[in-house]
Design a protein around this ligand. Structure first.
Ligand code: GLN
Length: 385
């Protein structure tokens, strides 16, 4: 009899549980402070919970329309126009998704064909590459350079060819905290217009940008927006990562394809949470004040570890801080992250896992979306190394 693995013929033979699953499980097992997986250790606004409760009590407990509750799509259209000047029709150009992860998967699955090339920048958030590979596409990697992790557009130009179907950008960037400037987006605009490729812009940290910088959304660049999927997540903005609701913006022609896939892999998303977000979006301050809220945490964490043997990398956005440990150990970053969790009880994410080939700059990612007391406790430990 043929073996099960032979008949399975895994579509993702190299893939195991993600680094986030591994490090969070290790942190729990070791009773370590968990600065690994990116999620807040504090609560969301009580009003938001009330709004979900009210929606449930008022009977909003059955399927939402496939594309999402119209009220929420309208509020997202308003927000996008208000912040970036981008005009999206809630009927045909906005879809509510089960988090950004599903939106990213659906955008790729609905447009990338067998043999198509998709450019991604490494270190890259972990869900892009497997999605491309599952649909028979080929990831093409361009490396961001330590310590600023900026894009070298000359290198991008060199990898573009007739098979290039899509380029994936992510600003603010996970895991490095770098952001794209207006100039970067202007470069991208030039390249996409010459090459005809699609853009997937992962903007889940759009409201977490520091030092008076502004988030440069693809929605503010009409020539780019007309060929782009823009993806965001309420989980990051409202401290509700476990509710798994996000959204995708795209011009009608792209969105039509997106919805063909979306309707068969999710159909529709959690109704009461959508209703709650639709009301909560009226409170502009909740997202406008998020950068200042997280900047305080970034500054606190940086100040606390400034005198340690770790080296601080720039952190312009997102809720991650990279720390180099080249003055502490020459262990591989995965080994060092595991030892830091087991022996010292602080969990982080080794950055090498976000590369396609072994690149180990001895850098760990720490999530500062935590109560100040958690950051203080963790920093006290890091200062002893
Ligand atoms: N985005 C989160 C992070 O970067 C993890 C989400 C997940 O576990 N997939 O830490």
């Amino acid at each position: 009899m043929p073996s099960l693995s032979a008949s399975l013929n895994s579509k993702l033979p190299k893939v195991g549980p993600t680094i986030f699953t591994k490090m969070s499980a290790l942190a729990t097992h070791e009773k370590a402070i968990n600065l690994s997986q990116g999620f807040p250790d504090f609560e969301c606004a009580p009003q938001l919970i009330e709004l979900v409760h009210e929606a449930m009590k008022s009977g909003l407990n059955q399927y939402a329309p496939m594309a999402g509750l119209p009220a929420l799509r309208e509020k997202i259209a308003e927000k996008t126009a208000f912040l970036y000047g981008g005009k999206y029709n809630p009927e045909t150009e906005i879809t509510i998704t089960a988090g950004a992860t599903q939106a990213i998967f659906t955008a790729i699955a609905s447009t990338v064909n067998e043999g198509d090339e998709v450019i991604i920048f490494t270190p890259a958030y972990d869900c892009y590459e497997p999605a491309i590979e599952l649909v028979g596409g080929k990831p093409v990697y361009v490396q961001l350079k330590d310590p600023n992790y900026k894009i070298n557009w000359e290198e991008v130009k060199k990898v573009i060819n007739q098979r290039t179907k899509m380029i994936i950008i992510n600003s603010p960037h996970n895991p490095t905290g770098s952001i794209l400037s207006k100039k970067d987006l202007a470069e991208l605009e030039k390249l996409t217009m010459q090459s005809n490729m699609l853009v997937l812009s992962d903007e889940v940290y759009e409201h977490i940008v520091f030092d008076s910088e502004k988030h440069n959304s693809v929605a503010a660049f009409p020539n780019l927006a007309e060929r782009s999927f823009i993806i965001s997540s309420f989980g990051k903005t409202y401290h509700t990562t476990g509710w798994k609701v996000g959204y995708c913006l795209a011009p009608a022609e792209l969105m039509k394809e997106f919805r063909k896939t979306h309707q068969y892999n999710v159909f529709s998303v959690n109704t009461p949470v959508q209703a709650a977000y639709a009301k909560f979006l009226d409170n502009r301050d909740a997202y406008l004040e998020l950068s200042a809220f997280y900047q305080e945490k970034r500054d606190l964490f940086r100040k606390l570890v400034e005198g340690s043997n770790f080296t601080l990398k720039p952190a312009q956005g997102s809720y991650f801080q990279l720390l180099g440990y080249e003055n502490i150990s020459d262990e591989a970053d995965v080994d060092f992250a595991i030892r830091l969790t087991k022996e010292f009880k602080v969990a982080s994410i080794p950055v090498s896992v976000f590369y396609n080939k072994k690149v180990d700059h001895k850098v760990l990612r720490f999530c500062f979306a935590k109560q100040n007391s958690t950051l203080e406790e963790a920093a006290a430990i890091l200062n002893k190394l």
